[in-house]
Design a protein around this ligand. Sequence first.
Ligand code: WQD
Length: 348
Amino acid sequence: MRVLLTGGSGFIGSHIALLLLEKGYDVLIIDSFVNSSPNAIKAIKNYLDDKNLNYNLKTINCDIRDKQLLGKIFIDSAKEFNPIQTVIHLAGLKSVSESFINPLLYWDVNVCGTENLLATMNENECYSIVFSSSATIYGLTDSIPITEDHKISPINPYGKTKVAIENMFYDLYRSNISSWKICSLRYFNPAGAHPSGFIGEDPVGIPNNLFPYITQVASGRRKFVNVFGDDWETNDGSGVRDYIHIMDLSEGHIRALDFLCSNKSCLEFVNLGSGKGYSVFQIISQFEQSTGSQIPFSIQSRRDGDLAKSYADISKAKNLLGWAPKRSLEQICLDGWKWQRKNPNGYT
Ligand code: WQD
């Protein structure tokens, strides 16, 4: 079965691509490489070649705002008698802070780009999609752990684009309820790396997220971690989040794909997290304990768009998809550090 994986050279996309290829799926990656490196694709191939695995992987440089090229990709696939049967849609911009600075870019890429993709899927009678949504849509939490029916009130433009896309899914599903199969996965905080160290997280420029910042301090690329606030309403004053191993998250996508394949039509929204919350200080100390590194830090003021506490209720993922996280926070630290140690400058 051919899977179109948009954003397949990014941190999450590359890990999902590797898992799909190992499981024998035919994977067609499209990526604009605006926020990722083509070397991630090479690293995937190196890993699979290293294991003497056969695989079907094609990569096309494509921005999802280019509707003409999207259409050509679907048509060419059909002409090769290898039609795209399902889509895993990850392509999009994901920096909370950047979305405040350039909101229209986020609405253009994330929302208009996704609209292009869905329209092209519709035109080519491809009605099956797994989507990369985000816990950011919940905004300020009034009940913890967060269930899928928690109030949706994003507090940043990035989160608002994800809500707009989920609303698109509601309308699209209602317009053709017998055909569409949609599973929107609401990620909490993906972290870590593939245990082989071949692929991992390599943000462009200064990392926005905590984990890659910590691994870059550990590798000497950065001097210390800025802790954005130690006066939050949490046990130790630093922000609490739900960190999920990237391999657990990737396996969740395979489960979602299987779920869509076994259903005639559906529209589901599912949290993917570890179900546990850890503070920034707990993460730093776990990382130091697991890896033996020293992670100096400096307390800074709170960051725009941040909140005190967020972690998932993952019972729906367990009941609907038969999925549960298997890896610990220690494994996240060890695997993330192995990747960074082997690739001190990422994919460059
Ligand atoms: C985690 C904690 C920060 C960096 C965002 C998006 C979310 C998802 C993951 C896409 C917070 C603190 C961080 C640093 C710090 N992305 N922190 N120093 O903000 O929970 O989630 O990225 O889907 O949608 O909203 O992740 O890693 O940026 O922050 O103290 O240098 O670490 O305040 O408490 P976040 P994060």
